[in-house]
Design a protein around this ligand. Sequence first.
Ligand code: F6P
Length: 319
Amino acid sequence: MRQIAVLTSGGDAPGMNACIRAVVRKAIYHGLKVVGISRGFAGLLDGEWFPLDLASVSDIIHRGGTILRTARSQEFYRPEGQEKGGRLLRGAGIEGVVVIGGDGSFRGAKALYERGLPTVAVPATIDNDIPCTDYTIGFDTALNTAIEAINKIRDTATSHERVFLVEVMGRRSGQIALSAGIAGGAESILVPEIPFSLEAVVDRIERGRRRGKLHSIIVVAEGAASALELGREIEGRIGLETRVTILGHIQRGGNPTAMDRIVASRLGARAVELLLEGTGGYMVGLVGGEVKETPLAQALEQQKTIDRDLYELAAVLAL
Ligand code: F6P
């Protein structure tokens, strides 16, 4: 193997740059040439790539976003697009690809592998919704952003004795909501994976009031309910002043935490090792503190589940 490519795809996540840096530096250390593909699979189909050297990845380990930029490509979803992508890469003498992204990117990585290109996928999404890894790159940073916001909201919620709903990202995943809710001491946590009842949420607020709690914080994953609608309903039922904060895309930006940088560096480096060993069609992940690889086909058949013990613990601690 002489030359590999690296791309980032799907929603950006803090730590993607640290991962690109690890891929480039580890590959060059082993004598490989590296090209960076711009704008994910969309850029691949447009032939947008350029050489990366040691200096191209200087001064990026601490930056959010991705220097390679990212996109979602409709064309690459189709078999003709995937065929074209494989052909273009082979024509450019690229013999291996590292794909950094979430589950859509993993499907793209598998498609490239099935078209004869050794490909390794590295999980990077703030949603932490990829199976076969305890963490995805970006989750820890997004979680800390959410907690910082909840801390601030708690100050004003207490002063005004208000109910606050904080909506966090996670269209199909409650991982950010659950962790932010636990770490932020929320009264209720609503996640898409577990049905909830408005009665139970209201009851919890009222019980808190009866024992002198001045405020309530409810963390809502965007995929569980609309915090705005829920806020209106809660206010209508119990007549307490209710406010809603939607954290939105601030969760996707910002300097990656130390943990995200370290996970990104370890996983990026391992992805290159796998390509050097001639192993394509795999994802790398962090399982129980160890870097582990799993066949992409196997990973894509599974779904990450929400930790129900943690969910129940949150309810106990918020009594
Ligand atoms: O990166 C994952 C995610 O943040 C989801 O939680 C969210 O629903 C989605 O991306 C929004 O992405 P975009 O604004 O890029 O469509």
